[in-house]
Design a protein around this ligand. Structure first.
Ligand SMILES: [Zn+2]
Ligand SMILES: [Zn+2]
Length: 225
């Protein structure tokens, strides 16, 4: 399993994935902006909405797999294999968007995806054990599998931060989602205002809401806005 998460192997997966997906966006490192297939620039909000849409799709796919496990259509092992594949695809796609496509994915970027997936697989191992020992009800299992979809957002933000750094952004600001509930940590990170890039954790990291965190990041160049 470790072999399949090496940077080289993830790159191969991502090339197969892009070919199959007909990516409907491209990234222009010169302007630091994304373009739609029709050549129009995409706003940051549109890109974030795309990620949200994908997270939601991943969540319903993972729930469907978990429902199939509950009704006996899938064995625990089949479920685990398919959930792993789904999680892997979702993180690769989110990282590709964040980093600005294949061109932005260097060995370090693939290494970060591999590291994140290893962590997710480890959580999934624990989840599978709880299911096997029948410690989780079906509604609990459906809620818990949703967290694996939410955490995909983290791969997008990690990639985005690296990409923005390459674009000369040196400052960041944590933005709370007005629709979401926030833990004390997120409130504190937001209250810090504009800080040096990397001075605050990525959304979902080192906070109580974890994968449920709906915070976003704005980036600034050293000139204060
Ligand atoms: Zn939080
Ligand atoms: Zn948050």
């Amino acid at each position: 399993m470790m072999q399949e998460l090496s940077p080289a192997s993830l790159l191969t997966d991502s090339i197969a994935l892009s070919a199959r997906l007909d990516e409907d966006w491209s990234y222009d490192p010169r302007t630091g902006r994304y373009r739609a297939a029709n050549g129009r620039f995409l706003s940051g909000a549109t890109v974030e909405a795309t990620i949200d849409g994908r997270v939601n799709r991943t969540r319903s796919d993972l729930r469907a797999l978990t429902a199939s496990l509950a009704d006996g259509t899938l064995s625990l092992e089949q479920w685990q294999v398919q959930v792993r594949a789904e999680i892997k695809r979702a993180h690769i796609r989110a990282a590709l968007v964040g980093n600005g496509g294949q061109q932005g994915m260097d060995a370090a970027a693939w290494g970060r995806v591999g590291w994140r997936l290893r962590e997710e697989y480890r959580y999934l191992e624990g989840f599978a054990k709880d299911l096997l020992e029948q410690r989780v009800s079906v509604p609990m299992a459906l809620a818990r599998i949703g967290l694996y979809a939410d955490s995909v957002r983290g791969s997008y933000w990690t990639g985005t931060t690296i990409r923005q750094e390459k674009q000369g952004y040196t400052l960041m600001k944590r933005i709370l989602d007005p629709q979401a509930q926030h833990c004390q940590d997120c409130l504190r990170y937001a209250a810090a205002g504009i800080v040096a890039l990397g001075a605050l954790p990525m959304p979902g990291q080192r906070c109580e809401c974890k994968a449920r965190c709906r915070c976003t990041i704005r980036y600034y160049r050293s000139q204060m806005p």
